[in-house]
Design a binder for this molecule. Structure first.
Ligand code: GDP
Ligand code: GDP
Length: 437
């Protein structure tokens, strides 16, 4: 199936000129006045080895109420509906018009990839005159000259490359129904107290997970409609109905529990502060790519002054878990446990978040627009598009050229923008760079 590109824009922005360029035909009439090309035109084109179909839509009046304009709007909507990607053309010389805003509003709602092309940009000093078009909220503005063929190749790269990706979203691992939960922390942090407090909660319903070999120590329960399994947590033993701390702390057991979990609650003992051992466990969690919530336990046992000091030392020593929620709780006094559940659930949802290729791609392009990566040697890294490469933790693969020059600082910048856009909380996120050719 050849991908379909729809050219959309108000009359006279240069759609048929670009259409001709793309399809190398001369059958669309180009004239120097508005509204001449009224028909929808279809044609095939080729970019490198990639064949595609282009649709030239008539002058687009999304708000047309009657007559020929209404008919045109209907046809255009149909063309857009049939397309895989939309090139929305505006006139770089005329600047923004009210009609551009109407069209943009319509396109934003579609949820399709849209590339914003500012045509007639030949010989223009790019940034200043094009800045206005960012108001349309469609991300990066691509200056082109349809008449002179400038920028058209890059535009096609942008339009077609993401379409060649397999349907990645469908191949990503689905969120399992049961959240596997591990409570990790040093001996005496209060792990067994916390778990037993949980198990003693009234709204908690124990159940047997069907079809699994029951681990001696795992416990399943349901809380507010969500199922959880507390997995074999290092340093704990189940005795009868309750958990009991055992003497030996085992690094291997801790690691296994973390690997096996979907969400790890890292329990810190407020009376001891953040110890090296806590920092090591945090490091394991990060390396394993697990979602995590930090719970500082025994908050009842320290005074305000100590609390303030502890807050700061957590910020300093666990900077690399900045993405995680922190709760100050008392397992013994049952304080702060509700918000802890909220964070556990949120971390879990974030770990299995699905990010669509068009949304990610637009996000990357906007990020570049806001702050471009620094030149690396001769070349400036060029970020083109992105797709999701995995869940739990989410992986974002960015494609482009000269990406080996993208600095760690820039990756952190992208990390922040992705987290914000997809509302990720409590999960590590991996951003990978993939240079083509
Ligand atoms: P449409 O109504 O959107 O299909 O626009 P047309 O393709 O018919 O172009 C409208 C006018 O803009 C024509 O006079 C074209 O020659 C002119 N035009 C199209 N592309 C460019 C360009 O890249 N630069 C300049 N300067 N004029 C262009
Ligand atoms: P584990 O080794 O991590 O499983 O720790 P435990 O649950 O056995 O708790 C160790 C000690 O800390 C016990 O004496 C608990 O009573 C005490 N403890 C646990 N949670 C709290 C708390 O929230 N506040 C206070 N003050 N003590 C607690």
């Amino acid at each position: 199936m050849k991908p379909v590109i729809a050219l959309v824009g108000r009359p006279n922005v240069g759609k048929s000129t670009l259409f001709n360029k793309l399809t190398q035909t001369r059958d669309a009439i180009v004239a120097d006045y508005a509204g001449l090309t009224r028909d929808r035109h279809y044609g095939s084109g080729k970019h490198g080895k990639q064949e595609f179909i282009a649709i030239d839509t008539g002058g687009f009046e999304p708000k047309a109420e009657s007559g020929i304009y209404k008919e045109m709007a209907k046809q255009t909507r149909q063309a857009v509906a049939e397309s895989d990607v939309v090139i929305f053309m505006v006139d770089a010389r005329d600047g923004l018009s009210a009609q551009d805003h109407d069209i943009a509003q319509y396109l934003r709602k579609l949820g399709k990839p849209v590339l914003l092309a500012a045509n007639k940009a030949e010989g223009m000093k790019a940034s200043a005159q094009l800045a206005d078009f960012y108001e349309l909220g469609l991300g990066q503005v691509h200056p082109i000259s349809a008449a002179h063929g400038q920028g058209v190749g890059d535009l096609l790269d942008m339009a077609l490359e993401p379409l060649n990706l397999p349907d990645i979203e469908d191949t990503l691992e689905e969120k399992p129904d049961v959240i596997k939960l591990a409570v990790a922390g040093r001996p005496n942090a209060g792990k067994s107290t916390l778990i037993n407090t949980w198990l003693g909660e009234e709204r908690l319903v124990a159940f047997d997970l069907p079809g699994t070999t029951r681990d001696a120590i795992s416990v399943e329960f349901e809380r507010k409609g969500q199922k959880y399994e507390i997995i074999d947590t290092a340093g704990l033993r189940k005795k009868g109905k309750v958990f009991e701390a055992i003497e030996k702390f085992s690094v291997v057991k801790t690691l296994q529990a973390i690997e096996d979990a979907n969400v790890v609650v890292l329990l810190i003992d407020a009376t001891q502060g953040v110890t090296d051992q806590d920092a090591h466990i945090a490091g394991f969690i990060l390396e394993a790519g697990r979602a995590v919530v930090v719970a500082v336990n025994k908050w009842d046992a320290i005074d305000d002054y100590q609390r303030e000091i502890l807050r700061r030392s957590i910020e300093m020593r666990l900077v690399f878990l900045k993405f995680a929620d922190i709760h100050y709780i008392s397992a013994k006094k049952r304080q702060g446990l509700g918000p802890l559940w909220t964070s556990i659930n949120k971390a879990y949802t974030s770990a299995y978040c699905k990010m669509s290729t068009p949304k990610l791609t637009r996000l990357i392009q906007e990020a570049v627009q806001f702050q471009a990566p620094k030149r690396h040697g001769m070349y400036r890294p060029k970020l083109r598009y992105a797709h999701q490469g995995g869940t739990n933790p989410p992986v974002v693969v960015v494609h482009g050229n000269s990406l080996e020059g993208v600095t760690d600082a820039y990756k952190r910048y992208l990390d922040g923008r992705i987290r914000k856009a997809f509302d990720l909380k409590g999960t590590p996120l991996r951003v990978e760079m993939k240079t083509s050719h």
